[in-house]
Design a protein around this ligand. Structure first.
Ligand code: NAD
Length: 484
């Protein structure tokens, strides 16, 4: 095996344990590259215990000192970008440029954490003569982050820098499908000077997640993954009286107007649906083509056909994922949809064992089809035709999800109209992947997010802290009875 068996990371060390394991695959070859332990409640207890022991020291360290770790961590991410990106490619399959972009995004997230002392100084006001009210933020204690397979480096970094810089100690439970990057993140943070126990990494699946939800020593959980599991974690975590922010799946709609710039729209739409092999919660999934847009669709088909699997598009995560995605395509075809570009039966020479699927564009899909409603999570774009912008918006608004939506048009009025009415937390104009960048937070609506606030940016400050409201009176002239 290329990599030694993955180990949990407790108290600043990687520790072995006699636990059942799962194989870890390189999706581009279909080969086993490592094994991941499936931790039980016992390991989660141990992770929490170590984090709790570290909490007094870490939360008592001034925030300006705490963020020094993250300045160094950011520099390490940048220095090791080639190696970190290669590891992401190996365990997740995404192509080199996408993996590099992921690490750069991790660095940007860390940069935001470094700015926290500048933007969280608290508030103070003299509310009456000699009487002062102030608000200060305090960390919660031990918190947890549970992450999905599609961004092995970036999604853990949605939570790690902010939660830890704000004074919490964090237990990370990475996806069992991509557990390798988490180990390097832990090593780099150790090198950056993070004290032992402040970050604990516990590997596993269902049992570890349930133990995190139930654990009385964990105050808050950030979860990123499918809607089905987001609901489980939200319900179970809040039932145990924790704060939970659970980000779920997506079904993102791009509304394309007939006046849209042809080349820019075609290239953006295809890049959005095929980037990271469509395994992005911000990927285009449905294009709602308004009125006469055949010329744009023709250009999209040309773009998609020019893409070389293995070079421009990586594999999907597993053989099972590929089967599931191909099933959606076959079902839509059987129901009368027209497959304009067919990514099925893609083989990459020399990597015959890889789980490749080429970009797929399906026209004449109707809103009642399963492929139009459910998350496919592969490089598949369906086209639904509509007569006008209101009909297009109705398709978007009917979705159970609400992560992202975008409109392609040259009209400012239409753009504003769609931005105001789309039922999604992140909307764009002439942008295929409307991911907000720091300091703006990331978070969807509807079944794409459960809980209050956003997972990154300013929204995350509220989530990872609790405020204390302090009233002081030092002025005897203010009287003895002031609001008493
Ligand atoms: P997943 O829900 O299968 O897994 C996410 C996490 O939950 C993993 O750590 C996994 O170990 C754990 N888990 C899996 N099954 C469980 C169970 N039965 N009980 C308890 N825990 C369980 O998601 P995935 O397949 O790893 O990731 C893809 C999904 O994540 C897609 O739906 C995608 O849209 C979503 N996603 C959403 C966002 C967002 O910001 N909204 C971002 C990235 C990914």
């Amino acid at each position: 095996m290329k990599y030694p068996a993955v180990r949990n990371y407790f108290g600043g060390d990687f520790v072995s344990a006699d636990l059942p394991t799962l194989d870890v695959y390189d999706p581009s070859a279909g080969a086993v590259i490592s094994q991941v332990p499936l931790s039980s409640r016992h390991e989660v207890d141990r992770a929490v215990e170590g984090a709790r022991a570290a909490f007094p020291g870490w939360s008592g360290t001034p925030i300006k000192e705490r963020v020094q770790v993250f300045y160094r961590y950011k520099a390490l991410l940048e220095r090791h970008i080639d190696e970190l990106a290669a590891l992401v490619t190996e365990e997740n399959g995404k192509i080199a440029s996408e993996a590099r972009a992921e690490i750069l995004k991790s660095a940007e997230l860390t940069e935001f954490a470094c700015s926290l002392p500048q933007i969280t100084p608290g508030e103070v006001l003299e509310v009456s003569r000699g009487v002062e009210c102030r608000i200060e933020r305090f960390p919660l204690g031990v918190v947890a982050a549970i992450t999905p397979f599609n961004f092995p480096n970036m999604v853990p970094n949605w939570s790690i820098p902010n939660a830890i810089a704000l004074g919490n100690c964090l237990v990370l439970k990475p996806s069992e499908q991509v557990p390798l990057s988490a180990g390097r993140i832990a090593e780099l943070l150790r090198e950056a000077g993070l004290p032992e126990g402040v970050l604990q990494v516990v590997h596993g699946g269902k049992e570890a997640v349930e133990a995190i939800c139930d654990h009385p020593g964990i105050e808050a959980i950030s979860f990123v993954g499918s809607t089905k599991i987001a609901k489980v974690v939200y319900r179970r975590g809040t039932a145990a009286l924790k704060r939970v922010l659970a980000l779920g799946g997506a079904k993102n709609h791009l509304i394309v107007m007939p006046d849209a710039d042809v080349e820019m729209t075609a290239s953006n739409v295809v890049a959005s649906m095929s980037g990271c092999a469509g395994q992005r919660c911000m990927a285009a999934s449905v294009m709602v083509a308004v009125d006469r847009t055949d010329h744009i669709i023709r250009s999209m088909v040309e773009h998609a056909r020019r893409m070389v699997p293995g070079q421009d598009i990586g594999p999907v995560i597993s053989a099972e994922a590929r089967r599931r995605i191909e099933g959606y395509i076959a079902e839509a075809e059987a129901a009368g949809a027209e497959v304009l570009v067919d990514g099925r039966n893609t083989r990459v020479p020399g990597r015959e064992g890889g789980y490749y699927l080429g970009p797929t564009i399906i026209d004449r899909v109707t809103p009642d089809m399963r492929i139009a409603q459910e998350e496919v999570f592969g490089p598949v774009l369906v086209i639904i035709r509509s007569r006008d912008v209101d009909e297009a918006l109705a398709v978007e608004q009917a979705s159970a999800y609400g992560n992202a939506a975008s409109v392609f048009t040259e009209s400012g009025g239409v753009a504003r109209y769609v931005m105001e009415r789309a039922s999604a937390g992140m909307v764009g104009v002439n942008v295929g992947v409307p991911v907000p960048r720091e300091p703006f937070g990331f978070g969807g609506w509807n079944e794409s997010k459960f809980g209050v606030g956003d997972i990154t940016g300013r929204g995350s400050i509220e989530f990872w802290t609790r405020s204390k409201k302090m009233t002081t009176k030092w002025n005897r002239e203010a009287g003895v009875n002031w609001m008493s």
